[in-house]
Design a protein around this ligand. Structure first.
Ligand code: GDP
Length: 267
């Protein structure tokens, strides 16, 4: 019995270690916990923070085929049946820096899902960004910069493999939610502001004027940090950003279907 047991445990650990994984990031209140719960259980009822796991193994709905299973029929012996993946929630913005390097390098990592509250991104009439937009943009800036560094500091000339980022514009059931296009441009604009503020801070402190300047260049997000930031600049460092709207709760709205499809495309 013991060898069988050991074999089973080893097999399971191996399967777990090679299962596709995704990271769930985003400012608090965006809907990460709700999304994790919905994808795992099929409903958001009983979302008590204390009981909610921070990591869950999720099965793709049978109606959605992953990219790797797309052309296989179910009679095909290589058809792997239900596609599973692991989704890891990462509560707390401050913790990003500590986990970033090792989590981002994980071989199983297939993508990052960055959740934002699309109803909390609009500008005030005075033109000053609301806190929600700034918070989301600062966090996203740091995530994208970490991904850029992963590329620029890669040992091989080819650089690390592609890493797709889904900006899940959540709460599309609310009429105050910005449409996808605006979510994208507002975030790009605000990330540009974040970058400018950061570079100004460095210049004021004298860091940007020394020999370190070249070294520091790597620290600017996108295209050397000049002009407007756009998500497509990230493609140069193998990071592909999609903005897709959806909603976890509420009767109206597109739901999570397109997010499922995005996930399926990556595994
Ligand atoms: P987290 O801090 O990112 O984990 O966010 P939570 O999952 O705790 O959600 C924050 C709040 O937003 C909760 O009150 C949720 O019920 C609510 N929420 C989450 N998703 C949606 C959505 O799609 N629409 C609306 N209207 N509310 C949502």
């Amino acid at each position: 019995l013991l060898p069988v047991l050991i074999h089973t445990i080893l097999y399971r650990t191996q399967a777990q270690a090679s299962t596709a994984s995704f990271l769930l990031l985003g400012p608090s209140g965006a809907g990460k916990t709700s999304l994790l719960t919905l994808l795992e259980r099929g409903s958001t009822s009983a979302t008590h923070t204390s009981q909610t796991p921070s990591s869950a193994e999720i099965t793709l709905p049978s109606t959605i085929k992953s990219a790797s299973n797309e052309y296989r029929s179910e009679n095909d012996s290589s058809f792997s049946g239900a596609q599973r993946f692991i989704l890891t929630d990462t509560p707390g913005h401050g913790k990003l820096r500590q986990f970033a390097s090792d989590k981002l390098d994980a071989k199983t990592l297939k993508g990052i899902i960055f959740v934002v509250d699309a109803a909390n991104l609009s500008k005030e009439s005075g033109g000053r960004a609301e806190e929600g937009l700034t918070e989301a943009a600062e966090y996203l800036h740091d995530v994208l910069l970490a991904l850029q560094k992963r590329y620029t500091s890669a040992k091989t000339s080819k650089g690390p493999k592609e890493l797709p980022v889904l900006i899940a514009a959540n709460k599309f059931d609310l009429f105050t939610a910005l449409p996808e296009k605006l979510v994208k441009t507002e975030l790009e604009k605000e990330i540009t502001n974040v970058r400018n503020t950061k570079s100004k801070g460095l210049l004021d402190s004298g860091i940007g004027t020394s020999d370190d300047a070249v070294e520091e260049e790597k620290e600017w997000l996108g295209d050397g940090g000049e002009g407007k930031f756009e998500f497509r600049q990230m493609e140069e460092v193998n990071v592909f950003v999609d903005v897709i709207g959806g909603n976890v709760t509420g009767a109206d709205g597109p739901g999570v279907g397109k997010w499922w499809e995005w996930i399926a495309k990556q595994i």
